[in-house]
Design a protein around this ligand. Structure first.
Ligand SMILES: [Zn+2]
Ligand SMILES: [Zn+2]
Length: 424
């Protein structure tokens, strides 16, 4: 029996990997430029980190976690998101003793047991950035500016920044209660999940996808009608900082995000590319998360970008697949040995080069060079080799020239340089 991958678990093949590498490289460059450092955290954590951090009454914790017991009977969970683990690492290693403000990012796979659909997997990849240790809305603005700058840097356009505030411990209970009272009157319209959420977590009803639930919340009270003056002040300064930076936003009072730990600032970036509406990134402030996982009162804010979605939105036309710079077609025993020597030398120089391993005919070697989309082919025969020369063929315009073998690397370097300059 042929063994296949698990449902919802996806291979990323060599012809797609160029896009992934480009996105990751751009993220590293942009984030490091904003003063962030990479952190790598384990894929497995104790289950209570997520149940306490994310919240028991969230879809993630209730239905979507990969939780199992290890051989010692500990309950472990494959990380469904990165923020709780990053906060745990920050506390565990007392990073606050080194520097009270930590700006961290992390790139890697997350795991959620969701219904697999096109482009959505149970192992999916996220880029996360978090700032721990500062509650000033200036940081909220800076983080959002970095996110938009990154998305623009990979070529995304037609982006919309949506903002909301979710209140804090002082004012959210009033909002919850106001919302719950309003929804009780609409309970007959709510789906089974939402009827339950009425008691456990009425805010969750706001992002239910069921049509009757959407109708039920049409006139629901807004969080902005309930927030305290401190939260209002935070929200107003954030908006002012974004305006100062020239960043446009729209207010979306229905946005609640899928996790319980958010306080005050919540945001999403939506792309209108390809004619449809796609959320590419989202995040928010979480000033209570650290306490939930057993730490001190430390403010935090962050975002996560879904890489599969982002990659599906990358502009077409950019060349991501790498092809050989040179293919060496050698004919005969001595030229074949010379080709082997040259290829090894080119590899050490960082030039992507290929040769024939199987003693094939010139015609079939040229066919392979074409298939590999090599930029140049070096044709090496007995005659040329005796004179220390070879024919260099430009595979795109089919022009050929004879060059001395000892000038090969220089010629290739010059040509690659010309290629980069002309933007091809
Ligand atoms: Zn519902
Ligand atoms: Zn408040």
């Amino acid at each position: 029996m042929e063994i296949k991958a698990i449902r919802g678990f996806n291979d990323i093949l060599p012809d797609e990997i160029g896009k992934w590498q480009f996105v990751e490289k751009t993220a590293r460059e942009v984030f490091e430029g904003f003063g962030y450092s990479e952190i790598r955290i384990p894929i497995l954590e104790r289950t209570e980190l997520f149940s306490r951090g994310i919240g028991e009454a969230t879809d993630i914790v209730e239905k979507e976690m990969y939780t199992f017991s290890d051989r010692s009977g500990n309950s472990l969970t494959l990380r469904p998101e990165a923020t709780a683990s990053m906060a745990r690492a920050y506390l565990e290693h007392q990073l606050y003793n080194i520097e009270s403000i930590a700006k961290l990012y992390c790139i890697g796979p997350m795991f959620r047991y969701e219904r697999p659909q096109k482009g959505r997997y149970r192992q999916f990849y996220q880029i996360d950035a978090e700032v721990f240790g500062v509650g000033n809305p200036m940081v909220d603005a800076e983080l959002i500016i970095m996110l938009i700058h990154f998305l623009n840097s990979v070529g995304l356009e037609k982006l919309e920044l949506q903002l909301n505030t979710l209140g804090d411990r002082a004012c959210r209970p009033q909002y919850r209660e106001g919302l719950r009272k309003y929804l009780e009157g609409k309970a007959f319209q709510l789906c089974e999940d939402c009827k339950r959420r009425l008691e456990t977590n009425p805010l969750r009803v706001l992002d239910c996808k069921v049509e009757t639930c959407k109708q039920a919340i049409a006139d629901a009270p807004k969080v902005t009608d309930f927030i305290c003056s401190e939260c209002q002040k935070h929200f107003d300064s954030l908006k002012e900082y974004l305006e100062t930076a020239g960043l446009a936003y729209i207010l979306n009072p229905r946005m609640v995000r899928g996790l319980d730990y958010y306080t005050r600032t919540a945001f999403e970036v939506v792309s209108y590319q390809l004619g449809s509406q796609n959320a590419v990134a989202g995040g928010g402030r979480y000033d209570n998360l650290f306490q939930e996982i057993g730490g001190k009162e430390i403010p935090g804010i962050g975002f996560a970008i879904g890489m599969e979605r982002l990659i599906s939105l990358l502009p077409e036309g950019k060349q991501f697949v790498k092809h050989p710079d040179l293919f060496i077609a050698a004919l005969g025993e001595a030229p074949s040995k010379e080709a082997y020597r040259i290829v090894n030398q080119l590899h050490l120089e960082g030039i992507r080069a290929e040769l024939d391993y199987e003693g094939k005919s010139l015609k079939s070697q040229m066919r392979r060079a074409d298939k590999l989309k090599a930029r140049y082919t070096l044709i090496l025969g007995e005659e040329e080799l005796k004179r220390g020369r070879a024919v260099l063929r430009n595979m795109e315009n089919k022009s050929q020239e004879e060059i001395p073998l000892q000038d090969l690397i220089d010629s290739l370097r010059k040509k690659s340089f010309q290629i980069e300059q002309s933007g091809l």
